[in-house]
Design a protein around this ligand. Sequence first.
Ligand code: EPZ
Length: 429
Amino acid sequence: MESLVVKGNTELVGRVKISGSKNAAVAVLPAAILSPGTIYLENLPDITDVQTLMAILDYLGVKIRRRGRNAVELSTANLSRIAPPYDMVKKMRASYYFMGSLLGRFGRAVVPIPGGCDLGPRPIDQHLKGFSALGSKINIEHGMITLTAEKLVGARIYFDVVSIGATINLMLAAVSAEGRTILENVAKEPEIVDVANFLNAMGASIRGAGTDVIRIEGVKSFSGAKHAIIPDRIEAGTFMLAAAASRGTVTVDEVIPKHLEAITAKLRETGAEVLVEPESITVKGKAELKPSDLKTFPYPGFPTDLQPPAMVLLTVAKGLSVITENVFDGRYNHVEELKRMGARIKVEGRTALIEGGKTLTGAPVSAPDLRSGAALMIAALIADGDSTISDVKHIDRGYELFEEKLTQLGATIRRKKAEEPSQLAGGSE
Ligand code: EPZ
């Protein structure tokens, strides 16, 4: 198990280029199999979630030609399988998008029940309710979900819960359903809009992505398409929060500031200085940060994926801050690890109380999931003394060249192979 040894007391200074959005890429790649043409994708982040999806596409019979680190050409004319393999699917929850795209193209999909981060219960009832409304039969046994439909017919679907996954999955199935589908109470994240733009580039007819209601006219066939993935607003927000927490000055380049308005507003509320330009944002941390109350909500609210990094920032702000996690039941895996570094945090249900102002101390910690891992990295950078972060595979899933980008900003980070002895006093192997 690899780990990262991180030097503390670091002030981050400089510029960093933000990569393509993980959460758009993990939907666009499965969506590509809707078309029998050639798909050319640019600005794909080089992360393990994308590598896993490429391996699944290859297994299904897609011809893949890499065009550099962040671009790929897919030929999906001759798919040989319609059931992604369990050992690949269990690595990432977003594999469930193969349900919508395989059902949309073949009228049949066999997908293992998805795995993913441990953020509390993560049902897919809204996905299945939607597929059933379009006319799919659903059979769940032996841990596999089998979807079959003689014909998909457009329907009006009202989601009980605002869900990014369900919204995208139903777009993938509805674009080739007969007639009109209306999706209501949908997620409005920028990634939804990016996937809709990609599907329309292939010949779909989707209107309203980014609003509460999406209207889809089914089409009979799709063409090849070329698409560039939008920038990753969660990666950008991670670096913005890290800049403020380290009291440094960091510019994130190649971003869409509109996607980061909630983070910009919250940073300004804590006293950080934020300069917004057309394609970049500069964050200047301040010696004295103010405590703040933070509530996570679906877009355009403050994103749940930045709640763990934001909690680290609030451990710096002297005084009491309150976080309310409204999207997931159990998204506080990072708290116990931060407390090992001296953070004073109390969790009651969906609420976390943070008594900020006491400098964190370096310690051996473990990343329980992707965004907790990012939070622990920020904590290690600002702590007094060095830290070792184990289970780094979680971070590798969603942050391209994370160590390299942080090193560019002044961090000192060394990746340690599993067998190396720990150099930290009290480090547990
Ligand atoms: C997406 O997950 C993201 N993943 C998550 O990012 C993100 O945290 C989450 O949206 C919320 O923003 C990808 O886009 C690949 P949801 P998803 O369906 O689609 C409940 C990261 O770190 N729900 O929007 O799985 C669910 O339990 C990851 O990049 C149902 O009840 O999330 C949750 O409470 C972590 N029934 C809420 O809705 C359903 O059928 C939002 O979940 C589906 C969801």
